[in-house]
Ligand binder design. Structure first.
Ligand SMILES: [Zn+2]
Length: 61
């Protein structure tokens, strides 16, 4: 069974509607699915560098 749960990036509401049902929001919702996983992890190096913090970034360069 396919699910169509969607998520409002502005207020964090989960809904099945294409737009947020919040009265003061009505932002276009995005599918609340996990990001597509790539075995190559093209940006993993940069993501991990960001998580480690700028101190380590400067140290390695
Ligand atoms: Zn919203």
């Amino acid at each position: 069974m396919k699910t169509f749960i969607r998520h409002c990036p502005t207020c964090g509401t989960y809904t099945f509607l294409a737009a947020c049902p919040g009265a003061a929001c009505s932002t276009a919702t995005v599918p609340a699915l996990p990001p597509r996983y790539s075995p190559n992890d093209r940006w993993g190096k940069y993501r991990r560098a960001m998580n480690a913090g700028e101190a380590q970034l400067t140290k390695e360069e």
